[in-house]
Design a protein around this ligand. Structure first.
Ligand SMILES: NC(=O)c1ccc[n+]([C@@H]2O[C@H](COP(=O)([O-])OP(=O)(O)OC[C@H]3O[C@@H](n4cnc5c(N)ncnc54)[C@H](O)[C@@H]3O)[C@@H](O)[C@H]2O)c1
Length: 355
């Protein structure tokens, strides 16, 4: 069994849910609590029965199922769920189990943290992206129109259970999407992780959980130093300034892309800016660009979209005094933050995505 990780009051377990003891945790820590499982329609239809029948503590759980996808990560959906919690007479001592991808863990954590000023919640992430990133670190929230994660709070899951058996029903594109956040972890802090990932096939379970744990550990190690993102945690935003601009733009156009694809394109474009500014070597930029170009599809934007994407980037919550703030890398394995770029540099970087 892979060793558990922890930070603040959050414990992260790796492995089969029964082996690592989900039922025991529920029994020991929430003996009299009502259990609510929040999931989406896809995960619900594939996995909920197995989850409930294999854990006696969940046999009476109430299940709230929402439509799948980023378009439902909104405050309106939260309001409907808060009403449902109220109807189920959920109180402070009860527990919410977020069972799904990053949309569910982001939104479920947010819902739990605000309802009656805060309920405990447990994350059981079922996508690679939510296992390596979204379910860990305490960022919870929802989108506001095209603006990603504009409404949210820092709040940690009491437990995160990472079981990679769920990935066997995840499609190839979603696995590619999750890999982007793993690549980011390697690029900002661990060259050997980046190297290992070059030959990693996320659909092959052999050795997969170990690599997932390495990624989570990198994130955990950053988050323990700077939970509320006033310093080093900003390095985790590498690729996300341009990435969120593209993701928000495509969401608004009703042609949404996958979060990890946007992050991969963002990492390529932001590496280009770092290279042009003399912060990153040409060799490092070219090796990142080559991997992203080979592994990911072409970015789904055109040059006529650049202005709208730039405009969205000016609304990024990380900006300071009207200036867009970037997190770059200065070498493979070294993230840097609080970096600037001119509009011309950003537009040139976007061009690398469509050439
Ligand atoms: N809080 C954070 O630190 C953080 C970090 C990274 C990303 N995020 C957020 O995470 C979200 C993206 O997460 P995501 O990519 O997991 O998206 P998602 O939750 O929309 O899941 C992707 C799709 O996979 C399906 N799915 C989930 N598990 C499955 C399984 N085991 N088998 C088959 N289908 C399955 C879902 O129904 C959905 O259609 C974005 O909203 C992003 O902003 C948050």
């Amino acid at each position: 069994m892979l060793e558990q990780l922890s930070y603040n009051n959050s414990k992260i377990h790796f492995g089969d849910l029964q082996t690592v003891g989900l039922n025991e945790v529920l029994q020991n820590e929430y003996p009299d609590a009502k259990k609510i499982i929040l999931t989406d329609e896809t995960v619900g239809s594939i996995w909920i029965e197995q989850l409930v029948t294999s854990h006696s503590q969940l046999s009476k759980a109430e299940i709230i199922q929402i439509p799948e996808g980023e378009a439902f990560k909104t405050i309106d959906v939260c309001a409907q769920i808060w009403e449902a919690l109220s109807e189920y007479e959920i109180g402070r001592g009860d527990v919410i189990i977020n069972f799904g991808g990053g949309v569910i863990t982001d939104m479920g954590g947010f819902i739990a943290s605000l309802y009656k000023r805060g309920l405990s919640f447990i994350n059981i992430p079922t996508t690679l992206l939510s296992q390596v990133d979204a379910s860990v670190g305490g960022k919870t929230g929802v989108d506001l129109g095209p603006f990603k994660n504009q409404i949210g709070v820092f709040s940690d899951a009491a437990h995160v259970f990472i079981d990679d058996q769920f990935l066997k029903t995840l499609d190839e594109k979603q696995l590619q999407s999750g890999l982007a956040e793993m690549l980011k972890h390697g690029l900002i802090s661990d060259p050997s992780h980046w190297k290992d990932l070059q030959s990693f096939d996320p659909s092959n379970p052999k050795g997969r959980l170990k690599l997932i744990r390495t990624s989570v550990k990198i994130k955990r190690d950053v988050v323990v130093q700077d939970h509320k993102e006033s310093g080093v945690r900003k390095t985790l935003n590498f690729g996300h300034t341009i990435g969120h601009g593209i993701e928000g733009f495509l969401l608004e156009k009703e042609t949404p892309t996958l979060h990890g694809f946007a992050v991969a394109w963002g990492m390529k474009a932001e590496s280009f800016i770092a290279y042009k500014q003399g912060l990153l070597s040409q060799t490092a930029y070219e090796s990142i660009a080559a991997f992203i170009d080979t592994y990911y599809p072409k970015c789904e934007i055109e040059s006529k979209d650049f202005k709208a994407i730039l405009k969205l980037m000016y609304n990024d919550k990380k900006n300071k005094n009207g200036h867009i703030q970037f997190s770059f890398i200065s070498e493979i394995g070294k993230g840097i933050y609080d970096q600037g770029a001119t509009d011309v540099e950003i537009l040139d970087a976007l061009k690398t995505l469509i050439d």
